[in-house]
Design a protein around this ligand. Structure first.
Ligand code: UD1
Length: 433
C-alpha cells in the first residue's frame, strides 16, 4: 500500500512523460543564451536610456530577472523575444532577498548599481545544490576599484567612499577565471575614472557578448574573450536598440547530444561553432559527423564510442554539458571517464541514470561510465537544470515511458524544450500534476 501511494505521488508531480526510442529528424531552433541575456539585462542599469535586447529566451529565470530589475525601479517591456529596459527612474539599490536567492546572476547587478549610483546592497546568492559558489572574487575586484565593501548578515553592501561619485580604474588579477566576477567587475569598471585591466579573466562567449553590448552603449572595452580585458572608463553610457543575444551554446550542445543519443540526423540552428569547439571535438571523437550548414550544424551520429571528458573553463569542455554528455556515454560502446573539475557536487544525475539501467561507478567527482546497449524507463528527477536535461536525453533513448520530474529546474534554462523536440519527432507530454 505504502509503495503504491508513493508511486502515485510520484506520478502526480509535474513531469514530462517521454516515450523513448523514437528517432529525431529535421531542424531544431536554438534560443538566445540564458546566461548572456541575464547579465545583459543587468547592464541596462548603467544608463538612463532604453536598452533593447532581442533573441531573449522565454524562461522562468528571465521572468525572475525582470521582477528583480522592476523592484529597483527599472521599466521593463517585453514583446515576443524582445525586451526593452529603461533605468531612467531607479528608486532602489537593494534587490529583495526572496528574488535574488533563487537567481545567482542577479548578484552580478552589484557591479552596475555601484558604477552608476555609487551604492548597492545585494543579498548573497543562495546555496546551490551543485556546490559552493563563492563571490570572493567579485568583492575583491570591487574593492580594487576603490569601493568599500562590507558583508554582514548575508548582505553585501558596497559604496564609493567620500565625496567621489566614480570608482577608480585599477589592475585586477583574478585568482580563478570566474565568469560572474569578470562580468561584475566589467560592469563596475566601465563608468570608473581611468583605465582598468582584468587579468586571468573568464573567456566565455557570454563575457564577450556583454563587452559587445557595453561597447555599443559607448563603453571602451578591448580584449574580452581573451584572458586580459582592458576597460577605459567613460563618463556615461547611452542606450542601444535591437541588440541580439548570442545563441545558447549549452542548449545547442544539449540538442546535438539528443541527436547522438537517439542516433538521429538533426540540423541544429543557429550555432556559433567556435563557442562549442571542445564539445564538437568530443562528439566527433565518439563517432558523430558534424557539418556546418548555413547558420547551423547538421549532426549524423555513427556507432557511438566511449570518450573521456574533463570539465574546464572556456575554451575547455563546459561543466553545464557534463550531465547531458554522461547520458550519451551511458549508451556508448566501451568505458568513459568523466571528471567534473568546476563544481564539487555536480554528480547527482548519476543515481538517476543508474535507476534507468546505466552502469556508472562514482569516485568523488569522477564517474566511470560503462556503456550499456539500452537504457530502461523509470520515474526520475532532475536535481538541477542540467541534470534535468540529462534525464530528458536519457528518456528519449530509453525503452518505454520515462517520467522526468524537476521541471522547475528545466524551465529555468530551456525555452519550451518539449515543444522543440516534439516537432522533430520526439514523443513527450507535459503533465502539470
Ligand atoms: C556561470 C554560469 C554557470 C556555469 C559557470 C561555470 C551564469 C549565470 N552562470 O556561473 O551556468 O556553470 O559560469 O561555467 O553565467 N569561484 C571561486 N571564487 C569566486 C567565484 C567563483 O572560487 O569568487 C569558483 C566557483 O566555486 C566555481 C568556479 O569558480 O568552481 C566557476 O564559477 P563561476 O565562473 O564564478 O560561475 P558563475 O559565474 O557563478
Amino acid at each position: 500500500m505504502v509503495v503504491a501511494a508513493a508511486a502515485s505521488q510520484e506520478i502526480l508531480k509535474p513531469h514530462l512523460a517521454i516515450d523513448g526510442g523514437h528517432s529525431l529528424r529535421g531542424e531544431i531552433r536554438v534560443s538566445g543564451a540564458k546566461n548572456s541575456a541575464l547579465v545583459l539585462m543587468t547592464a541596462a542599469l548603467l544608463t538612463e536610456e532604453p536598452v533593447e535586447l532581442c533573441n531573449v529566451p522565454a524562461l522562468t529565470d528571465i521572468a525572475g530577472m525582470c521582477s528583480i530589475l522592476e523592484s529597483l525601479g527599472m521599466r521593463v517591456s517585453r514583446r515576443d523575444d524582445r525586451i526593452t529596459l529603461t533605468a531612467d527612474a531607479l528608486n532602489g539599490t537593494e534587490p529583495p532577498y526572496e528574488l535574488v536567492n533563487s537567481l545567482r546572476a542577479s548578484f552580478f547587478s552589484i557591479g552596475p548599481l555601484l558604477g552608476r549610483l555609487g551604492h548597492a546592497r545585494v543579498p548573497l546568492p543562495g546555496g546551490c545544490r551543485i556546490g559552493a559558489r563563492p563571490v570572493v572574487e567579485h568583492i575583491r575586484g570591487l574593492k580594487a576599484l576603490g569601493a568599500v565593501v562590507d558583508v554582514r548578515h548575508g548582505i553585501v553592501t558596497a559604496s564609493i567612499p567620500g565625496r567621489r561619485n566614480r570608482l577608480n580604474g585599477a589592475q585586477i588579477v583574478l585568482d580563478c577565471p570566474s565568469v560572474g566576477a569578470t562580468e561584475t567587475i566589467l560592469m563596475a569598471a566601465v563608468l570608473a575614472d581611468g583605465v582598468s585591466t582584468i587579468e586571468n579573466a573568464a573567456q566565455e562567449p557570454e563575457v564577450q557578448d556583454l563587452a559587445n553590448l557595453l561597447n555599443s552603449m559607448g563603453a571602451k572595452i578591448s580584449g574580452a574573450g581573451g584572458p586580459l580585458i582592458t576597460i577605459e572608463g567613460v563618463a556615461q553610457l547611452h542606450g542601444c536598440r535591437n541588440y541580439p543575444v548570442i545563441p545558447d551554446r549549452i542548449e545547442a550542445g544539449t540538442f546535438l547530444m539528443a541527436a547522438a543519443i537517439t542516433r538521429s540526423t538533426l540540423h541544429v540552428t543557429p550555432v556559433i561553432p567556435e563557442h562549442l569547439s571542445a564539445v564538437l571535438q568530443k562528439l566527433r571523437d565518439c563517432g558523430c559527423v558534424l557539418e556546418v550548414n548555413g547558420d547551423g550544424l547538421t549532426i549524423t551520429p555513427g556507432d557511438i564510442q566511449a570518450v573521456d571528458i574533463t570539465t574546464q573553463p572556456f575554451p575547455g569542455f563546459p561543466t553545464d554539458l557534463q550531465a547531458p554528455f554522461m547520458a550519451l556515454m551511458a549508451t556508448a560502446k566501451g568505458t568513459s571517464v568523466i571528471s567534473e573539475k568546476i563544481y564539487e557536487n555536480r554528480m547527482q544525475h548519476v543515481g538517476e541514470l543508474q535507476r534507468m539501467g546505466a552502469s556508472i561507478r562514482l569516485e568523488g567527482s569522477t564517474a566511470i561510465v560503462e556503456g550499456v546497449p539500452f537504457l530502461g524507463s523509470a520515474p526520475v528527477t532532475g536535481s538541477d537544470l542540467r541534470a534535468s536535461a540529462a534525464m530528458v536525453l536519457a528518456g528519449l533513448s530509453a525503452n518505454g515511458t520515462t517520467q522526468v520530474s524537476g521541471l522547475k529546474h528545466l524551465d529555468r534554462g530551456y525555452d519550451n524544450i518539449e515543444a522543440k523536440l516534439t516537432r522533430c519527432g520526439a514523443r513527450i507530454n507535459r503533465h502539470n500534476g
